[in-house]
Design a protein around this ligand. Structure first.
Ligand SMILES: NC(=O)c1ccc[n+]([C@@H]2O[C@H](COP(=O)([O-])OP(=O)(O)OC[C@H]3O[C@@H](n4cnc5c(N)ncnc54)[C@H](OP(=O)(O)O)[C@@H]3O)[C@@H](O)[C@H]2O)c1
Length: 306
């Protein structure tokens, strides 16, 4: 019997110009001592896209992995994200990330969450009030954060700007004053949370959807799902390959994280899914709907699903 028919990893166009590879290496929870090697292995095995963030506390090591790979900086699409306590000073934040990575530009900079937090609270990253709830910076408007994002784009510190964890209502409010439309919205996407309406809305605005936690994050029940396993068996691939291919088959960027050499290499393999496979994967949320990433921001972000 012939082996699986893998397809090439496509690139998508960005509305600001330029393009982005459909598969990027995730780096959240990749520990010091692991992530440099993970980035190096990924780039040596074809990846050209790495998803980072200041709050992952590993940008320096990611930068070391980029260098160790020997792949020229100009061939790699590098993303970082503005942390919640830095909304009032975007330029300083982006410069700190550039310094960490050891590079002079980012390909994409995202507002990590639409939740400004007190920059002078009891913790530099996750401040809380005395009652234990999140110490949000309620005096600050995200529309003002976006103006500063537009300014770092204008200065050439980043080549494109976007958002993450924005619901349709949050985007509608941002678009009222935005001069530049975000190129991307990075959100949780997998068969238990396909967010069909939000993905269609993003497409209607020429905003690229990026799938985070595409495997269901840590200890994922998706990896043990019998219906997904059947699709994997039919094609002779792993459940991971089905989950990653699912996003690309629906035109979405996908950001699987791994620090395990074999999985990093496997996660770059894509297959074409047929109509039956897509119908099954598109419908699983009806009975198994689940959101895995739910920080206690103490504010309604306007998401409709779970
Ligand atoms: N914007 C945001 O707010 C946000 C939020 C969450 C995530 N993200 C981004 O999206 C990336 C991915 O999301 P995620 O890290 O939550 O989770 P994920 O990619 O869905 O899953 C990662 C987990 O799956 C394991 N794994 C990787 N490949 C596998 C495979 N082929 N088979 C079985 N297990 C596999 C990894 O283990 P090993 O590493 O041990 O191999 C790890 O435990 C993040 O790293 C980050 O870059 C962004």
């Amino acid at each position: 019997m012939p082996g699986p028919q893998y397809i090439d990893v496509p690139t998508y166009k960005l509305s600001h110009g330029g393009s982005i590879p459909a598969v990027g290496l995730g780096t959240w929870q990749s520990q010091p001592g692991e992530v440099e090697h993970a980035v190096e292995v990924a780039l040596k095995n074809g990846y050209r896209h790495v998803d980072g963030a200041f709050v992952y506390k590993n940008e320096k090591e990611v930068g070391e992995g980029l260098k160790a790979s020997g792949v020229p900086r100009s061939d790699v699409f590098l993303t970082s994200k503005l942390w919640c306590t830095h909304h009032r000073n975007v330029e300083e934040a982006v410069k700190r990330s550039l310094d960490n990575f050891g590079t002079d530009y980012l390909d994409l900079y995202l507002i990590h969450w639409p939740v400004p937090l007190n920059p002078n609270g009891n913790d530099p990253l996750f401040p809380r009030k005395e009652d234990g709830t999140r110490d949000r910076d309620t005096e600050w408007s995200i529309n003002d954060t976006w103006r500063q994002m537009e300014a770092v784009l204008e200065k050439g510190l980043v080549k494109a700007i976007g958002v993450s964890n924005f619901s349709e209502s949050m985007l509608e409010s941002l678009l009222k004053t935005a001069k530049v439309v975000p190129v991307a919205n990075q959100i949780e996407l997998h068969p238990y949370l396909p967010q069909h309406d939000l993905v269609a809305y993003l497409a209607s605005k020429d905003i690229l959807a990026q799938a985070y936690s595409p495997l269901g994050s840590t200890d994922s029940p998706l990896l043990k799902d019998e219906e997904i396993q059947k699709i994997a068996d039919k094609h002779g691939v792993s459940v991971g390959t089905v989950l990653i291919s699912y996003q690309v088959n629906r035109g979405v960027v996908v950001l699987p994280k791994s620090v395990t050499e074999k999985r990093i290499i496997d996660n770059f393999k894509l297959i074409k899914l047929d109509e039956d496979d897509m119908a099954t994967l598109n419908g699983l949320h009806k009975t198994k709907g689940k959101r895995f990433i739910k920080p206690d921001w103490n504010v309604d972000l306007g998401f409709k699903d779970w």
